[in-house]
Design a protein around this ligand. Structure first.
Ligand SMILES: Cc1cc2nc3c(=O)[nH]c(=O)nc-3n(C[C@H](O)[C@H](O)[C@H](O)COP(=O)(O)O)c2cc1C
Length: 183
């Protein structure tokens, strides 16, 4: 296969995530692509620009949420990545709910919700990467099959380059497909 060296770094693929936090006791939501799992224990990380409105909220409260929207929420997700809480109140873009385990708002409309308590931070080039111990996880009932999160029902938004995409189909199971490779 011929390889083309790219001049512009493409962004992604990442799942679209909406980070939630309280600032001045009010929910605020910011779209994030830079983030994911930090290790084998349930620790998530998100990287947020230091000047973003939400960043100070996470610093003050020590909690954030990571919410996975389904494709039907692409407009709201994009909006939360276009406007800043410095200018616009984003507390009513979604319906917020709370878990007793922590002071960050979670999003009712999103298929999956993770509540995280900040356990570490790393500054990198004007951004802060927040690492958070997952203290509660919620899923929409209609996003489960036999009690487990179902990828096609969760229907995440995938960012790649300049596009938002959706999943097509399940193509295999981890730690299983590799066994079929005859090496
Ligand atoms: C698809 C998408 C992904 C984004 N990913 C990030 C990210 O990973 N980190 C970040 O700091 N900003 C990211 N942004 C930009 C912020 O979401 C945006 O600047 C937002 O308005 C900041 O809001 P706030 O000031 O209310 O926190 C992203 C925006 C979009 C649309």
């Amino acid at each position: 296969m011929e390889k083309i060296k790219l001049e512009n770094l493409p962004v992604g693929p990442f799942p679209g995530m909406i980070v939630g936090a309280l600032r001045n006791k009010k929910p605020t939501y910011t779209t994030v692509g830079a983030g994911g799992c930090a290790c084998l224990e349930p620790v998530l990380c998100v990287s947020l620009k230091n000047t973003h409105y939400i960043t100070e909220g996470i610093r003050q409260t020590g909690y954030f949420s990571v919410n996975i929207p389904a494709t039907e929420w692409v407009r709201e997700m994009d909006y939360c990545g276009m406007v800043s809480g410095h200018q616009v109140d984003k507390s009513t873009v979604f319906t917020s709910f709370f878990d007793p385990a922590g002071a960050a708002p979670l999003i009712s409309e999103c298929s999956l919700n993770f509540l995280c308590r900040v356990c570490d931070t790393k500054e990198i080039r004007g951004f802060t990467m927040f690492f958070g111990d997952v203290t509660a996880v919620y899923a929409n009932a209609d996003a489960l099959t036999a009690g487990r999160p179902d990828p096609l029902k969760i229907d995440p938004i995938i960012l790649l380059g300049g596009s938002y995409c959706c999943l097509g189909q399940v193509i295999g199971q981890p730690f299983s497909e590799g066994k079929k490779l005859n090496r």
